[in-house]
Design a protein around this ligand. Structure first.
Ligand code: ADP
Ligand code: GLC
Length: 719
């Protein structure tokens, strides 16, 4: 996921990581051609706009004073815009809401929408963490000057929001009222496409999406197909709302998108009723936008902005999973899901609240709300505060950490301003981070009923200073509700026997022949010397500090021995991009640097390469090694996180194992692992081929892991 997540992390901490600099030192090329890795936005002097005191103000009139964008008080680490599916970044038409009749209901809403927040119940209330020393360590004082006054300011006023709306729709408000408010709106679709279709009036939102929202182009039968294929008669049924910031095939910058796609599909086969709530980004390819069906709309107050924001719900149903897209052009119109913290903090405050409000609005109250990463980190907090007396407040919550490096940290006043969360959640045991910051992921961890991460090893690692990204104390405190469940891959999406991207399809029975054909096709596609005797090493990755690319860059000159070819596919930090471009020039015909995001090409590399490199500095789970094994490509990985849990080291004496591994983060050890792989490939092909077949046969599907999630859901909902 090229520059996945411009998610937050502290610039300071990122800067501490030596990878980029190390790469420059070790790779002569990088030193010559590598510009700065991190792009820290220019920060202007902080404005001293006061945080509005009132939670609510009168509905915003058209003449409402223009408010400024929040000024970054501390420089957020701005990652490059994440790459999304390249194909299309269509401009999304303005939701029809803009021409919609104004909602006329008077709004005693204000009070209802933001009920006075009581302290969380005893069992829910995050307790102040005891290990004060840990917190002290984790909370460097010097992050920002004490006198700085963060300036939470409202975003640009260009809005999907109907300024003329006189009635605010309460986020936490009961469904009946929500429905009333939505009535007039429902008559108009938010998208022109959906307008062409019969847009159902959501007078009385039915819990079952299929009944009220016919699927466009995707026949309704698709929904039914998934069920009969599996005997679910003995399985207890549970309903789960997935809330996250990306999902294949709509928007994907990396593994989170894969998980948000595959896990709900697998859960549907385990008798789960799954609804995936996503932002309706403008960059979602038009073909999916066209298939969305208008589900309803309402207005929601947000934080201390004093404004009522339009929340449209566009729906798409596929393979037993309902996708509900939260529509608001003001927040989701950028070409990429993640831009920078200044925009992303308000965006995901809005999204988290709107997602819960949408569940209330649709009257679809899940047993479990399953949130993912910091972008949905506030969901468990909202659930136990502003939403606790609303229908969705009955749901239990799970927060899955896909990558602890990104946490959504910003100064407290700004997050308070946008979230509208009550003061008590900004305490040390919950959102407060250091002296002046709020950390959205940290708050989610405190308030969620369960916290999971994507491998058992990573679940342990993040409780240590080395991998804890300064939250290790917090995670240790909450370790009782933390567990690791390793990811799988979707066997329909990743199937060499049917994969339409491949030159030749193959399976376990004919892999040894057909993999060679795919290798030749890949060499031709990338301008490499076509020769099946070459050992082809692939690398498919976001080009970031996480992925161990400084090690790769260091060893390349020794890897390029005339019998080896290297193929890199990825985008990210310019330093790495330039380094790999340099190597492509230096080793013409043997080194291919594909600096791009290309799903189909990724599939062809998995099929055509002999080995795949994943030498990560840390890796919560990692999916590329799973894809590789499933395509008969042997992984060369560092023993960390999910890589350790999924790749058993090859043992030259017994012939057991799945790939080649090394433990310490060290270029020499990586080179050694690559050389061991080469030796096996060139001198012991019979055994190599055995491992190819073993890896293809290895179960890396979601089946087992989805069961573990289901068990977790059942554990939380015993009735
Ligand atoms: P992360 O989520 O940390 O980026 P993962 O290994 O979990 O790493 O997932 C990466 C996913 O993104 C895989 O499905 C991989 O195939 C895909 N991917 C990464 N980079 C690219 C790229 N440049 N082009 C196509 N797919 C990519
Ligand atoms: C994150 C991690 C990766 C994991 C993915 C999906 O992006 O970096 O290791 O596989 O999420 O869980």
């Amino acid at each position: 996921m090229a520059q996945r997540k411009a998610h937050s992390t502290r610039k300071k901490r990122v800067a501490k990581k030596p990878a980029a600099q190390a790469a420059q030192k070790k790779a002569p090329v990088a030193a010559a051609s590598a510009p700065v890795v991190e792009t820290t936005p220019v920060v202007e002097n902080p404005k001293t706009v006061e945080t509005p005191v009132e939670v609510k103000t009168a509905p915003v009139e058209k003449t409402a004073p223009v408010v400024e964008k929040p000024q970054a008080v501390e420089k957020p680490v701005e990652e490059k815009p994440a790459l999304v599916e390249k194909k299309a970044a269509p401009v999304v038409e303005k939701p029809k809401a803009e021409v919609k009749p104004v909602e006329e209901k008077p709004a005693p809403v204000e009070k209802k929408t933001t009920p006075v927040v009581e302290k969380p119940k005893a069992e829910e209330k995050p307790v102040e963490e005891k290990p004060a020393s840990v917190e002290k360590k984790a909370a460097p004082v010097a992050e920002k000057p004490a006198e700085e006054k963060p300036a939470p300011a409202a975003k640009k006023t260009r809005a999907t929001t109907k300024k003329t709306a006189t009635k605010a729709k309460a986020a936490a408000e009961p469904e009946a009222e929500a429905t009333k408010s939505a009535k007039p709106a429902a008559k108009k679709a938010t998208a022109s496409k959906s307008k062409a279709k019969p847009a159902p009036v959501v007078e009385n939102p039915a819990p079952v999406a299929e009944e009220t929202t016919p699927v466009v182009e995707e026949p309704a039968s698709v929904v039914e197909e998934a069920a009969p294929m599996y005997d679910m008669s003995n399985l207890p049924r549970r309903s789960i709302a997935f809330i996250g910031s990306e999902c294949h095939p709509f928007v994907k910058t990396g593994g989170l998108g894969d998980v948000m796609y595959a896990l709900p599909r697998q859960l549907a086969r385990l008798n789960c009723d799954v609804r995936v709530i996503l932002p309706r980004y403008a960059c979602i390819p038009q073909k999916y936008q066209d298939q969305m069906v208008y589900r309803g709309e309402f207005y929601m107050d947000l934080g201390h902005t004093g404004r009522n924001y339009y929340v449209g719900i566009m729906e798409y149903i596929c393979d037993g999973v309902v996708y509900d897209f939260i529509d608001n052009q003001e927040f989701f119109s950028s070409g990429n899901p993640y831009t920078n913290l200044v925009d992303d903090i308000p965006k995901y405050c809005f999204f988290s609240k709107a997602a819960l409000a949408a569940l209330n609005y649709m009257n679809w109250i899940p047993d479990i709300v399953h949130c993912h990463d910091w972008q949905a980190g506030l969901v468990p907090v909202y659930l136990r505060t502003l939403f606790k007396d609303s229908p969705v407040g009955h749901a239990r919550s799970i927060l899955t950490i896909h990558n602890l490096r990104f946490q959504g940290i910003y100064n407290i006043p700004t997050i308070q301003y946008w979230s509208g969360l009550p003061g008590e959640v900004f305490q040390m045991g919950a959102l407060k981070d250091g002296y002046q910051d709020a950390n959205m992921l940290k708050g989610g961890i405190a308030y969620a009923d369960r916290v999971t991460t994507v491998s058992g090893t990573y679940a342990g690692e993040i409780q240590t200073a080395e991998y804890g990204e300064h939250l290790e104390g917090h995670l240790r405190y909450h370790s009782g509700k933390l567990r690791g469940i390793v990811n799988g891959i979707d066997y329909d999406m990743w199937n060499p026997a049917t994969d339409p991207a491949l030159a030749v399809n193959y399976d376990l029975g004919n892999v040894l022949d057909h993999k060679m054909e795919n290798k030749l096709a890949l060499q031709q596609e990338l301008g490499l010397e076509q020769n099946t005797d070459k050992f082809v090493i692939g690398l498919i990755s976001r080009l970031t500090n996480q992925k161990g690319l400084d090690l790769v860059s260091t060893v390349i000159p020794q890897v390029m021995d005339g019998n080896t070819q290297v193929v890199v596919l990825g985008t990210g930090d310019k330093e790495y991009e330039d380094t790999f471009r340099y190597y492509e020039n230096a080793y013409r015909g043997s080194f291919a640097a594909c600096i791009q995001y290309d799903e189909a090409r990724a599939h062809r590399i998995y099929a055509g390469a002999d080995a795949l490199l994943v030498p990560s500095r840390f890796e919560p789970c990692g999916l590329t090694q799973l894809n590789a094994m499933h395509y008969g490509t042997l992984p060369i990985v560092r023993e960390t996180g999910g890589l350790k849990d999924t790749v058993e080291p090859y043992n030259t004496f017994t012939g057991d194992g799945n790939g080649f591994t090394f433990n310490r983060y060290d270029a020499g050890l990586l080179l050694d692992a690559i050389n061991r792989a080469k030796t096996e490939y060139f001198t012991n092909r019979y055994h190599w081929d055995e491992v190819v077949q073993r890896d293809m046969a290895k179960d890396v599907s979601w089946e087992n892991s989805a069961r573990q999630y289901k068990d977790l859901y059942l554990e939380l909902t015993q009735w």
